[in-house]
Write a protein that binds this ligand. Structure first.
Ligand code: NAP
Length: 317
């Protein structure tokens, strides 16, 4: 049995690949950039097969699935870049992946969705993920949708961004959106584990399962934990969304590796918590907390890396 992981060089994707390899699973890794794949997946050598492809290319998706028995579809963009839109990649790319699976007679499909995703929301990112999930759920495939809250881990973009900004700013730091938005940060190790268990657990078929960490944290609390992990402190001042909107607009226009865009900023209005946490209720796991040694990786961020990331969009971790 070979599992195709799409977005395999991505943050969630390469952690899923690692978990599958450790279980002795045969893996085909679909990547967009071979350079990033080398950095993130090179260590697996010939234990995995790496193929390059784009989910927006329907014909290529059909070819890439030959000989595959299950799919973990992680590809999505949270920022629109290079002319690619949420609708093209997150929605149409999922349609292409699902249709190619159906055409190739592949039945098992794990979709990495997003906590809060819903087709009828006014937020384009969450709506694109919601429409994609609806398509998966009506495909006739043996599907499972996993819907994580914000995911933390060595290569995350969300929490590392705070660490990078802290490395570049002295004395004061903004409480983004006032710091009240709620999250339930979940470890990428737990998300990868739930993904791999889902493949073997038929009781997850036809289910959308929300995944979260053990604690609900406000953004203000998250910022304080990041500071603690870095061994630093700042005077925090509330920065409401209306104040940040034009600043973020400029960042997204001029920085190739802007850590945020205005579409994501608006998501602070949507609680990202997981009242029914399937890590606990379904998988019987003890989720890893966003604290202590589990977030020590944040210390690896340096000012130089932060500048490199923001100004060149380099893969720094
Ligand atoms: N990170 C979180 O906090 C979080 C929370 C909840 C849900 N999720 C979901 O988890 C999934 C994975 O997210 P992630 O954080 O791992 O993101 P990521 O690191 O950006 O990984 C996504 C991967 O998809 C690839 N990709 C983008 N467009 C593509 C295309 N057109 N064709 C083929 N590959 C393409 C990217 O390639 P490049 O590297 O070349 O761009 C990247 O490797 C997403 O579905 C996301 O919605 C993430």
């Amino acid at each position: 049995m070979t599992v195709l992981v799409t977005g395999a060089a991505g943050f969630v994707g390469n952690n899923v690949v690692e978990r599958l390899v450790n279980k002795g699973q045969s893996v085909r890794a679909l990547v967009r950039s071979t350079e990033k794949a080398q950095k993130r997946l090179g260590k697996f050598g010939d234990k995995i097969e790496i193929v390059q492809g784009d989910v927006t290319d329907r014909a290529a998706m059909k070819k890439v699935m030959r000989g595959v028995s299950a799919i973990v579809h992680t590809v999505a963009i949270s920022m629109e870049k290079g002319g690619m839109t949420y609708e093209e990649v997150n929605y149409q790319g999922t349609i292409n992946t699902v249709d190619a699976a159906v055409d190739n007679g592949i039945n098992r499909f794990i979709f990495i969705s997003q906590n809060g995703a819903r087709a009828d929301l006014p937020y384009r990112f969450l709506a694109s993920k919601g429409k994609a999930q609806d398509y998966v759920a009506t495909s006739g495939l043996a599907w499972t949708a996993l819907r994580p809250s914000a995911i933390f881990g060595k290569q995350d973009e969300f929490f590392n961004t705070f660490a990078r900004l802290l490395r570049l700013t002295p004395i004061v730091f903004p409480l983004i959106g006032g710091g009240k938005a709620e999250f339930q940060p979940v470890s990428v190790l737990d998300v990868a584990e739930a993904t791999v268990r889902s493949l073997e657990d038929d009781s997850t078929i036809g289910k959308a399962l929300d995944l979260g960490g053990p604690e609900v944290l406000t953004l203000g609390e998250i910022e304080k934990r990041v500071m603690k992990a870095l061994g630093t402190g700042r005077i925090l001042f509330p920065a409401p969304v209306w104040f940040l909107r034009p600043i973020v607009g400029i960042m997204q226009a001029v920085l190739p590796g802007s850590p945020v865009n205005t579409a994501l900023l608006e998501l602070l209005a949507v609680p990202n918590t997981v009242p029914n946490n399937a890590l606990v209720t379904h998988f019987n796991m003890q989720p890893i907390p966003f604290s202590g040694e589990h977030i020590a990786y944040l210390r690896d961020n340096t000012a130089g890396q932060a500048l490199n990331k923001f100004f060149t969009n380099a893969v720094v971790n």
